[in-house]
Ligand binder design. Structure first.
Ligand code: ZN
Length: 108
């Protein structure tokens, strides 16, 4: 059965044992993919693989592109919010600005 891979950053996401199925090492940083596989009738486990170990997967291209696009949009919004804040001398956007600045630091 074809696996439905999900792509994630190990910072913030965890799936199953977090041991790479391909190299046998623990996934401690960076990107990885995971998929649920069934063992028997109801039992399931997550299979995990480092991005480095599964580079041939074309799904990585789309995942990384989506992330870059999200980051680009957030940067654009952050800039607009800061300009608005300066122009109107308001504190209403402070929480959003702080949230976006923190998020941008976390997006690899
Ligand atoms: Zn690996």
């Amino acid at each position: 059965m074809k696996k439905h891979w999900q792509y994630a950053n190990s910072r913030g996401t965890s799936a199953g044992s977090m041991i790479c199925q391909l190299c046998g090492k623990r996934i401690e940083q960076g990107l990885f993919r995971y998929a649920m596989t069934y063992k028997g009738y109801e039992d399931h486990v997550y299979v995990c693989q480092h991005q480095e170990c599964s580079k041939s997967d074309a799904g990585w291209v789309a995942y990384v592109a989506t992330k870059h696009e999200a980051k680009r949009k957030m940067k654009e919004r952050l800039k607009a919010f800061k300009e608005f804040k300066t122009k109107w001398d308001t504190i209403e956007l402070d929480e959003d600005i702080e949230y976006m600045e923190e998020s941008l630091k976390r997006i690899a």
